[in-house]
Every structure is written in structure tokens, then in C-alpha cells.
Design a binder for this molecule. Structure first.
Ligand code: HEC
Ligand code: HEC
Ligand code: HEC
Length: 148
């Protein structure tokens, strides 16, 4: 079997195997602590009262693009679902979500429905995501790694 593989094909196969191994390694290397980061955060301090749908913030989607520090240190997001008293004036002023959702780093604030996508009356919470299911149940105190 091996003899009939010409060297070029063998090299390509070896490359493929390496690439697959690297991908598997990446998946396995995903951080185990701080499982809260895998959930979507529903933010509904003001939305229901203002007649808009609650906001769903996909934490994992953002976390794979940015380090924790970008949001939780540089942009000042507190580690607490609903803990930041965000509103549209602040967002348009470039704070919180508005630091990126300004049409430059990410799509702009006109896309109301992309953020206000929750079901009415969903309370503020960290909502379980698929990845969280794959990673197993969240520990009772997920804030440990978050304090770094
Ligand atoms: C990048 C995400 C994002 C986009 C885009 C966005 N919002 Fe919001 N909005 C939020 C967040 C986060 C809150 C705070 C939610 C809460 O606590 O209930 C909020 C709160 C609000 C509130 C209640 C507080 C306030 O400021 O009056 C209203 C009304 C609102 N948004 C309307 C809109 C409308 C209309 C648009 C489109 C023109 C829009 N939003 C686009 C994230 C967004
Ligand atoms: C793109 C911005 C962003 C990044 C990057 C980010 N977070 Fe968050 N995080 C948020 C927002 C927004 C909330 C919800 C805050 C709110 O509701 O006001 C949140 C909430 C949390 C919470 C509180 C959840 C709860 O149970 O109430 C923890 C813990 C947390 N983040 C940890 C992390 C860790 C650890 C990382 C890096 C692995 C990270 N975050 C990366 C934006 C971010
Ligand atoms: C540090 C920058 C940053 C901050 C802060 C940030 N976002 Fe984002 N967000 C992004 C980027 C980048 C994308 C991807 C944009 C794209 O695909 O064009 C994104 C995409 C999204 C998406 C779409 C996810 C998907 O599945 O396509 C939603 C919803 C969203 N953000 C909501 C929010 C809300 C709500 C906040 C504030 C609570 C927020 N974001 C704060 C950078 C940020």
C-alpha cells in the first residue's frame, strides 16, 4: 500500500494528518475553567420596560475573537450578567457594546434586531449554550478564572 503512494501524495497526506492533529489539539486546548464564558448572556435591565426585545450577548462568539481583558478590563465590563447598566445613549457614545459595534470594528448600532434578539420577558441571565453542554455542567462558582 505504502509503495504505490508517490512521494508527493505522501507528503500531502502527512500534511493533512498534521493539520487534523493540530485542529484536534486546538479543540482539546480550549480553556476548561470559567465555564460562564460559554453561555449567552441575556441582558434585560431596561429592554422589556422600554418595549424592545431583551439583548442576547453571545459570549463564546466574542471570546474566540477577543481576550477577556479587552472587554473586562479595557472596556470596563463587570463580570456580572446585567451588572453594567448599559443603555443606548452609552452605546452610541462608544461605551460597552458601542466600543466595537460602531461600523468599524463590527457592524453598527442600526442593526437593532441582531442584539435585541431575545424573547420578551426573558430575565437577565447566563443562558446555557451548545458549547457549554459539550463542556459539561458549569461549576457552582465560575468566577475564579474571571478574576485574573
Ligand atoms: C450592539 C448591540 C445593540 C444594538 C445594535 C442595539 N442595542 Fe439597544 N441595547 C443594547 C443593550 C446591551 C441594552 C441594555 C439592555 C437592557 O439592560 O435591557 C440596550 C438597551 C436598549 C433600550 C433600553 C434602554 C435605553 O437606552 O432606552 C432601547 C429602547 C434600545 N436598546 C433600543 C435599540 C434600538 C431602537 C436599536 C437600533 C437602532 C438598538 N437598541 C440597537 C444593545 C444594542
Ligand atoms: C467582547 C467582550 C467580552 C469578552 C472578550 C469577554 N467577555 Fe465576559 N462578559 C461580557 C459581557 C458583555 C458580559 C455580560 C455583562 C452584562 O450583562 O452587563 C460578560 C459577562 C461575564 C461573566 C459573568 C457571567 C455571569 O455569570 O454573570 C464572566 C464570569 C465573564 N464574562 C468572564 C469572561 C472571561 C473569563 C473571558 C475571557 C475568557 C471573557 N469574559 C471575555 C463581555 C466579554
Ligand atoms: C471588543 C469588541 C466587541 C464588543 C465590546 C462587543 N462586540 Fe459584538 N461583535 C464584535 C465582532 C467583531 C463581531 C463580529 C462582527 C462580524 O461578524 O462582522 C460581533 C458580533 C456580534 C453579534 C453577532 C453574533 C453572530 O452570531 O453573528 C452579536 C449579537 C453581538 N456582537 C452583540 C454584542 C452585544 C450585545 C455587545 C455588548 C453587550 C457586544 N456585541 C459587544 C465585537 C464586539
Amino acid at each position: 500500500m505504502e509503495k504505490i503512494l508517490i512521494p508527493g501524495i505522501r507528503a500531502r497526506l502527512a500534511g493533512l494528518v498534521l493539520a487534523l492533529a493540530a485542529m484536534a489539539g486546538l479543540v482539546l486546548a480550549l480553556p476548561a475553567p470559567a465555564l460562564a464564558e460559554y453561555g449567552d448572556v441575556v441582558i434585560n435591565n431596561h429592554s422589556d420596560a422600554a418595549g424592545v426585545r431583551p439583548v442576547v450577548f453571545p459570549h463564546w462568539f466574542h471570546r474566540v475573537r477577543f481576550r477577556c481583558k479587552v472587554c473586562h478590563s479595557d472596556l470596563g465590563f463587570k463580570f456580572q450578567a446585567g451588572g453594567n447598566d448599559i443603555n443606548m445613549v452609552k452605546i452610541i457614545d462608544g461605551q460597552f457594546c458601542g466600543a466595537c459595534h460602531n461600523g468599524a470594528v463590527a457592524w453598527s448600532v442600526e442593526n437593532c434586531d441582531l442584539c435585541h434578539s431575545g424573547k420578551a420577558n426573558t430575565p437577565t441571565q447566563v443562558h446555557e449554550s451548545t458549547i457549554q453542554k459539550l463542556a459539561g455542567p458549569a461549576p457552582a462558582a465560575p468566577a475564579t478564572a474571571a478574576k485574573r
